[in-house]
Design a binder for this molecule. Sequence first.
Ligand code: UT7
Length: 334
Amino acid sequence: MEELNAVITCVGGYVPDYVLTNEEISELVDTTDEWIMTRIGIKERRILKGEGLGTSFMGTKAVEEIFRKSDVKPEEIDLVICATTTPDYSFPSTAALIAHNLGMKNAFAFDMEAACSGFLYGLETANAFIKAGRYKKIILVSGDKLSSVTNYTDRTTCPIFADGAGAVLIEPTTEKVGVMDSQLYTDASGFKHLHVWGGGSANPLTHEDLDNHRYTIYQEGKVVFKVAVTNMADSSELVMNRNGLSKEDINWIVPHQANIRIIDAVANRMGVDREKVMINIQRLGNTSAGTIPLCLWEWEDKLKKGDNLILTTFGGGFTWGATYLKWGYDKKEN
Ligand code: UT7
């Protein structure tokens, strides 16, 4: 039997309408547009407003675009994976809600949680299901409503985080395109540096913890920054070396969008020019599991069949890694 590869055949995305500017953040906490632009590189970010709207709302919109753009029908989908750290509810899963919203009634659906690394974890999982020959049409939807776990009185974190979701359709092919290789890691010794402490089964809701912002993101920025640069660059280099890729072979680097200085440091270490790096952090901020698919969504028209992409990420857990993806199609007329 010919070897099957898992290839992305369509991309969708959604960011909310509300634009939270640095000026508005400066009214909430003691900061300035200049500090945020110099230290983080974010000018504005999107925030999901509206009572009862969670990650499934954005995920549904992103997947809806895939059904608009492709010939694939919701009932043909075998599997829905939703990568998110901010599910609508403890249960049912956000994947189940999205599948229901769009009539993917023949799919089984589940969530996976790997913080900002969710998309690469989801892609690796979908890749294994496709290679096994078990499933033929997989939706991977990946995103977060980080505004729901952001402390808007903490100037060290609130300028960073944002809301958004991207989605991809993944199908089998016998061509040599799609997910070529990947190396992912997890190390929970990073827990103390980056976490949301309360609201889970270890520390269920209390009034006191709520008053002390223990249901929002805690981050030791400097520590996380250093590890993020090293680990994203190391894992990218490892995947490139293992596949005999030099920097000249790379068409695009698709990094997690946490800080423009992290993105630049990783690209510099890899020796890749900035024009080859997908960057939308200025406009969209850090949407956690949403950053990488939202980059693919925004750059979709520029991508060509056979382009070599290195996707790399770092997030809470710690979770991190890199994936080598060979793009599977040229621009489609929609
Ligand atoms: O996506 C998940 C992974 N997350 C990341 O990769 C994030 C990694 N970390 C970072 O991006 C950066 O560390 C931050 C953006 C979080 C912080 O930048 P930094 O350059 O590391 O700043 P710092 O924490 O060292 O703080 C420097 C100074 C401090 O003042 P003092 O102690 O030197 O007087 C902070 O209090 O900047 C101060 N500061 C601010 N000043 C104005 C911190 N936040 C702000 C702010 N506005 N918003």
